[in-house]
Design a protein. Structure first.
Length: 244
């Protein structure tokens, strides 16, 4: 008794000269089955003149490795609150109106200078959400989400713990311009809360930073101040098209 035809088959014509099998079909002995198992296979029956199964789908291509640069580049900037823009704004949203508590919001924006304090870079802009009041440290723990703007060079975005009483590390979550694709972390040195902060970025995933952004930083201290030219945003002492 002849075997039943497979679900997908190659059939020859019913009769006449059209009934001659092609040479490839003659070699494998008849019907050809197409499976969905992800690869072509030849069964034992096919080797004896039975069916041949072939995939309808191509094999999955190999996943490309991350080609982004892994070199770590340091970038230093100062954030200074010069008390000229009503920042920060404290919004008490918790039930405890007499003290800082979970849920309070603090939107803010401050001026940013390079690490040597001789060039105005731009601003910070973002928001902090109070997570925990820490009375024994006379401070608070916030979750912060904000950006630092660098004029025509673009901006960096960061997120993570903002502590008013000690250093903390935040994640670099991305950027634009020369910072597109950036990742890594930034060390936040709380010099005088909320007026003076020193940042050290450890950036990966981007080409070499422009020389204009690199400098030898002034050591952080409560007495640091920008140069008069940078504070006055004189053309030689600020980035092109910096955000004010």
């Amino acid at each position: 008794m002849a075997a039943a035809p497979s679900p997908v088959s190659v059939r020859t014509a019913a009769s006449g000269s059209a009934g001659k099998l092609p040479s490839w079909a003659a070699r494998i002995g008849g019907s050809n089955r197409v499976g969905f198992g992800g690869r072509a296979s030849v069964s034992g029956a096919a080797r004896k003149g039975g069916a041949v199964r072939a995939s309808l789908f191509s094999p999955k291509p190999a996943v490309a490795k991350d080609a982004r640069p892994t070199k770590v580049q340091e970038l230093h900037v100062y954030e200074l609150n010069e008390r000229d823009r009503e920042s920060p704004a404290y919004l008490r949203l918790s039930a405890k109106q007499s003290q800082n508590a979970l849920g309070d919001l603090v939107p803010f924006t401050n001026k940013v200078y390079n690490g040597s304090l001789d060039k105005r870079i731009g601003i910070t802009a973002g928001i902090c959400i109070l997570i925990q009041h820490v009375p024994e440290r006379n401070g608070d723990r916030y979750e912060a989400i904000y950006s630092i703007y660098f004029g025509d060079y673009g901006h960096l975005t960061v997120q993570g713990p903002y502590l008013t009483y000690e250093e903390s590390y935040l994640a670099v979550t991305g950027g634009s311009g020369v910072f597109e694709g950036a990742y890594g972390q930034v060390k936040l040195n709380q010099i005088v809360f909320p007026f003076k902060i020193f940042y050290t970025f450890y950036l990966k995933g981007i080409p070499d930073l422009p020389r204009e952004l690199l400098c030898t930083p002034v050591p952080p201290s409560p007495t640091v101040e920008p140069t008069p030219a940078a504070k006055a945003t004189e053309p030689h002492a600020c980035l092109n098209n910096f955000t004010n």
